[in-house]
Design a protein around this ligand. Structure first.
Ligand code: ADP
Ligand code: MG
Length: 212
């Protein structure tokens, strides 16, 4: 059993205090393996099963690298479904409680487009969304990724299974080349390997099992 403490990482006191408050005492194995590299701004491929704590692995990294004073979209998390995007956004909001003013917005298909336009006009630090709807906002210029420095593909294998590859590529075409990219997946089929080659820069690969 891996029982590494979050305090072994280079996190702010406010972040550590809040993690304790929300009941995160020890890192899960995937968090212990991935976070040091994410905090060092490496590109990363992380493979671990459902329930292993992947959201906090990228979430703690993403929120630590955020410039809160700069009210622009700095991070984008792509998820396969609205339900998963909502789950990720909710967990990020828990972890983000170390500060008062971090704005996290979800942009998913299956909900009205108009209200999303209104929310985007008020800006956000972090967008969590599904590829199709995020792309629609990019094409309509209602979303800019000009200040993006972190892109996360969550459940990448499921996104490919659902046929999102083209949308994902198109979204990435709107993102700056100089950025950190993280890819999380439960499995690692050939299609994922191809996608990794084209969108990640010298990625570190980590893998963890629940029983570690
Ligand atoms: P995955 O994305 O790998 O399927 P999640 O990120 O959804 O897993 O995490 C599964 C559950 O574990 C969530 O309820 C989350 O709040 C909890 N969790 C994550 N990291 C920790 C931790 N370090 N300590 C305690 N609980 C955690
Ligand atoms: Mg997950």
């Amino acid at each position: 059993m891996n029982t590494q403490n979050f305090s072994s990482l280079n996190l702010t006191d406010a972040m550590l205090k809040n993690l304790e408050k929300i009941g995160y005492k020890h890192m899960t194995p995937i968090q212990a393996k991935a976070l040091p590299f994410i905090l060092k701004k490496n590109d990363l491929i992380a493979k671990a099963k459902t329930g292993s704590g992947k959201t906090a692995a990228f979430g703690i990294g993403l929120l630590s690298n955020l410039d809160i004073k700069k009210f622009r979209v700095q991070s984008l998390v792509l998820c396969p479904t609205r339900e998963l995007a909502d789950q990720v956004a909710n967990e990020l909001r828990q972890i983000a409680k170390f500060a008062h003013n971090i704005k996290i917005l979800t942009l998913c298909g299956g909900v009205a487009f108009g209200p999303q336009l209104g929310s985007l006009r008020h800006q956000a630090h972090i967008i969590v969304g599904t590829p199709g709807r995020v792309l629609k906002h990019l094409n309509k210029n209602s979303l800019s990724l000009q200040d993006l420095n972190m892109l996360v593909l969550d459940e990448a294998d499921r996104m490919l299974d659902m046929g999102f590859i083209e949308e994902i590529q198109n979204v990435i075409d709107f993102a700056p080349k100089k950025r950190q990219t993280l890819l999380f997946s439960a499995t690692y089929p050939d299609e994922i390997k191809d996608l990794c080659k084209s969108i990640l820069d010298n990625p570190i690969e980590v893998e963890a099992h629940l029983q570690e």
